[in-house]
Design a protein around this ligand. Structure first.
Ligand code: AMP
Length: 441
């Protein structure tokens, strides 16, 4: 399947070629033709699957045709949970719509100047990308005219609900024309998301993209730690032993992200934190510095890190476990972007074993348990949890960390993590440079 088979306007197909996209990802191959045909869609797809283009390409296809309505209001509205994701979506729209001379996009997110957004809304706009809260502010002051809206897109709908946006979303949806087309993207279509989706779509097509495929290029490891001190030593070792261009370390709290970023800076890394209490201008600056490679290690909380799309991120470390299982997928999706490979290492305290299990149940697979030589945990998770051939996900060993042998023993090591004897073992290709990935055995 090629992009030319999807029914896209020539300018958009050209822009994709320039962006280096050869073939549609599975979610694009399914969602784009269905959306161009005019269907409402309910799509379960994760970040990293190419879902942004899956909804932007049909949106741009619509916008490339003349509007049947009159007025200045948006023809497409994209709702996203976070500011960073909204900015990323707009950026992608401008890349895919590069050849569309008259395309006008506006991002409406909190933390940015009202005046600037209001001025932007006084001119005709094709696509608005917004977080629900700020959009509601503009709607309340009567600045949004939805009369010619053709397409409503909800990106990461489950996340928006988790963040308490349900009432805002219902209000926004009720303000849009009933004959609009609705595309809803979510990590899951179960439960409350599914119910909301039913209410706001008509005869939708359901597209479910297997979770497994998306982390196929991400090598995942699970390290157990005894306590906080042990976690810190593991983090040090991971950062020292891994070969990466840039990394993201996830913490559970804002304070934790600041403390770890400070500590890493003291150790000589160019590190910075990113969390929701930082002013937006500061968050933007940090993200820009990350994109430009000025920051090597970003220490972030979950919400702040959504939407980060920096291909040079070769390593994700979950210093603290995510609060919700689906956040695990979002976190590791910061690496392995744009077809590259990545490594994601999760540190869990032994007593958090049940939380690891919840993540594994969500993923429908076990995480490969590993150890770093000389830093093995003294406490072990309960026997029943022992991995069956850990590290053998998809029947493949990928080397890197020392995988724990079935039956509870450890693979023999001679230092560091994994087997350093064979340090010229198979390498994982990566970001231009090669990632050192010695084999465990
Ligand atoms: P997303 O899931 O939308 O966040 O996209 C993940 C990454 O894949 C982004 O860096 C996109 O630019 C990239 N991407 C999306 N679609 C394609 C494609 N068909 N070919 C290559 N890269 C893609």
């Amino acid at each position: 399947m090629h992009f030319s088979d999807l029914g896209l306007p020539v300018v958009v197909a050209k822009a994709l070629e320039q962006a280096g996209y050869d073939t549609p990802t599975p979610v694009q191959a399914e969602a784009v033709p269905a959306a161009i045909a005019g269907h409402d869609l309910l799509v379960s797809a994760q970040t990293g699957s190419g879902k942004t283009a899956a909804f932007l390409l049909p949106a741009l296809t619509r916008v490339s045709e003349r509007s049947k309505g009159s007025g200045n209001g948006p023809r497409v509205l994209v709702l996203t949970p976070t500011r960073e994701l909204a900015q990323q979506v707009e950026k992608n729209a401008l890349v895919y719509g590069e050849g569309m001379r008259f395309l006008r996009t506006v991002t409406l997110v909190g933390g940015a100047s009202f005046g600037f957004q209001t001025r932007a809304l006084s001119r005709p706009v094709d696509i608005i990308v917004a977080t629900p809260g700020r959009l509601m502010d503009h709607m309340r002051s009567g600045r949004i005219d939805f009369s010619r809206l053709e397409m409503l897109i909800l990106d990461e709908a489950d996340r928006m609900l988790d963040m308490g946006f349900i009432e805002d979303i219902e209000t926004i949806v009720a303000a849009t024309p009933a004959e609009r087309q609705t595309l809803l993207f979510s990590a899951t279509l179960d439960g409350i998301v599914g119910k909301m989706a039913e209410r706001m779509t008509r005869n939708p097509q359901r597209i479910e993209i297997e979770r497994k495929e998306e982390s196929g290029n991400i090598e995942e490891h699970l390290l157990y730690a005894d306590d906080n001190n042990h976690k810190n030593r593991l983090l040090d070792a991971i950062l020292k032993e891994s070969d990466f261009e840039q990394a993201v370390v996830f913490t559970a709290t804002k304070l934790g992200s600041e403390e770890i970023a400070d500590k890493l800076s003291d150790m000589g890394y160019s590190a910075a934190c990113l969390h929701g209490d930082m002013p937006q201008s500061w968050r933007n600056r940090t993200l820009n510095d990350l994109r430009r490679g000025r920051i090597k290690i970003l220490v972030a909380t979950d919400v702040a890190a959504r939407g980060i799309d920096v291909p040079a991120i070769g390593l994700v470390v979950n210093y603290d476990l995510p609060k919700q299982a689906e956040d695990y997928v979002h976190r590791i999706g910061r690496t392995g972007r744009a077809g590259r490979s990545g490594v994601a290492i999760t540190i869990a305290e032994s007593r958090e074993f049940h939380r690891v299990r919840r993540i594994e149940q969500y993923l429908k697979r076990q995480l490969a348990e590993a150890v770093i030589q000389g830093m093995e945990p003294t406490r072990r998770p309960p026997k029943g949890r022992r991995p069956q051939g850990a590290g053998a996900r998809d029947g493949q060993r990928r080397g890197g960390y020392g995988d724990r042998k079935p039956g509870g023993g450890y693979a023999g090591k001679s230092g560091g993590y994994g087997d350093r004897r064979g340090s010229s073992g198979p390498r994982q290709g990566g970001h231009g440079g090669e990632r050192r990935a010695p084999r465990a055995e």
